[in-house]
Design a protein around this ligand. Sequence first.
Ligand SMILES: *[C@@H]1O[C@H](CO)[C@@H](O)[C@H](O)[C@H]1NC(C)=O
Length: 415
Amino acid sequence: MASGLRLAFFFFFFLGLCCWGTSASSSRQQKLKVKNHLKRLNKPAIKTIESPDGDIIDCVHIRHQPAFDHPFLKDHKIQTRPSYHPGGGIYDEDKTGKAESEVRNERVTQLWHTNGKCPEDTIPIRRTKEEDVLRASSIKRYGKKHHKTVPQPPRSADPGLTNTGGHQHAIAFVDGEKYYGAKATINVWEPKVEDPNEFSLSQIWVLGGSFGGDLNSIEAGWQVSPDLYGDNNTRLFTYWTSDAYQATGCYNLLCSGFIQINGEIAMGASISPVSAYRNPQYDISILVWKDPSQGHWWMQFADGYVMGYWPSFLFTYLGDSASMIEWGGEIVNVGSQGQHTSTQMGSGHFPEEGFGKSSYFRNIQVVDGSNELKSPGRLGTFTERPGCYDVRTGTSGDWGHYFYYGGPGRNHKCP
Ligand SMILES: *[C@@H]1O[C@H](CO)[C@@H](O)[C@H](O)[C@H]1NC(C)=O
């Protein structure tokens, strides 16, 4: 009996040895690679909070965040606050809550707040799960944009776009000067995304250089991206690159670069509430600006959450100033079966429908050469296919420069 068992044991042992050599070993290697990547991304947590949407939020000591894996940041002294803020104050700024009476004053926050707070000296980081990495085309591409589909917004001089890799935009923009920041209050929706490989986002782009291989970009706003997050929730996000989305940069804190100082808001976490058609409207303000003394690019979310900064050394052109600012929406159209996708941009409704139905950016401003927030002047607009997604600008007393944007994708004007 015992020897039979031993025989069986050896049999399976050698069977095991023989077969690890082939496909099993490469899948084991893959597993190990994913595990190591997760270990690099997910820093040890001092406290962990489960969000109702399934996210896990790790409260990580501020000195242990991913930024400090960067060799240039080894001895970096964290700036605990910007030395300059274009709005004047920091924490009592933006009472532009002169919003229309219809806009709810209720604060837009993050879902995970219902289940706890991060302790002092820690920052909340959305934990990357194994399935998040496995959804990416490769471990290396996880958290990065696919550079074949660089959002290539138009220059005013050459509006004809060539290959956008299925990306479509409806944006307003300014160029022709040096810019030191940008601000807007962005209506928050949860657009329907038809295909898991598509996304729908609304954001500010702060761009430096021309649209060559060394384009610098800082981006912030909200997005729905099933590929990146595994669900259809509306999430706060940032992105940066200093080489047109090739080797540098990433979303949120998914690589070293951005230094977060805020202990209350997690990049990539869901924001709520979101607006609904003919129902209460919610919006978030986003400000990105360059600190004139340190040169770092700072970001502020909503009224007074100073999120942190991108150190100046990450960039080339943006080390000096931005040459173009854009505001608006972007979607990806994978367009299967020769039809346009029905992925929505903004609310999924066209600009002509107006407030409560179409999505908006309001109180659009730029930071000028004297580091003041000012009117952007004349806004250019661009959309590849106005029958799919459109944009319409305006000005008013309360809303300053604003625009409505977006659309439903597939419809009779967008077959
Ligand atoms: C996201 O939305 C798509 C399209 O509406 C749907 O097919 C899919 O099941 C949703 N995914 C999740 C995780 O809810």
